[in-house]
Design a protein around this ligand. Structure first.
Ligand code: FE2
Length: 196
């Protein structure tokens, strides 16, 4: 089932328009959910959660289509919660300490996050993850998800063109600056942070 957005479709404007949110959530994400449901019907994956499906199919060639659609459904749900309006601003203290440890300052972290997202060739995702006691930025191509890596995802930015092309055309940097500076949901990132 398609999870509802945690806010209204126009709430992320002007960085992400209601039209983009409507298409992205109602067409792209809905498409992944619908395709997944068809693919798993009558299989041993029917009835599993998205997380269980992703873990059960990762790296298995014959289940690539199920993995891709399940991972995209999960990644998108995580992305919507990674944003809010107003967002951005300072990180909560327990996260800010870890950001300072890894990047020296919040502004240096923002630059590193943007640079990583800009460097993703073609479609994919940029993530803030917890790797043991450290925070890291990583990219995943296409549908790949850090859920199957030994790290804990904290925030996601969708860098597929469908996430920004209607509003920013090919100017990915403009979309990223708006998202990183004004839409990141730090409280969601802090909730995802583990104790280690
Ligand atoms: Fe997307």
């Amino acid at each position: 089932m398609l999870p509802p957005l945690p806010y209204g479709p126009a709430d992320l404007e002007p960085v992400i328009s209601a039209r983009t949110v409507g298409l992205h959530h109602g067409t792209h994400q809905q498409g992944y959910v619908d395709t997944l449901n068809k693919l798993v019907e009558g299989t041993r994956f029917a009835g599993l959660s998205l997380e269980q499906t992703i873990r059960a199919t990762a790296g298995i060639a014959e289940h690539t289509a199920i993995f891709d659609n399940a991972a995209q459904a999960w990644n998108h749900a995580f992305y919507w919660h990674s944003l809010r309006a107003p967002g951005g601003g300072p990180a909560p203290p327990r996260l800010a300490i870890r950001i300072d440890t890894s990047w020296g300052s919040l502004s240096a972290f923002r630059e590193a996050l943007k640079a990583s997202a800009l460097a993703q060739f073609g479609s994919g995702w940029t993530w803030l993850v917890q790797d043991g006691s450290r925070l890291r930025i990583l990219n995943t191509p296409n549908a790949d998800t850090p859920l199957v890596l030994q790290v804990r995802p904290l925030l996601a930015i969708d860098v597929w063109e469908h996430a920004y092309y209607l509003d920013h055309q090919n100017r990915r940097a403009e979309y990223l600056t708006g998202v990183i500076d004004t839409l990141l949901n730090w409280d969601f990132a802090a909730e995802n942070l583990g104790s280690t």
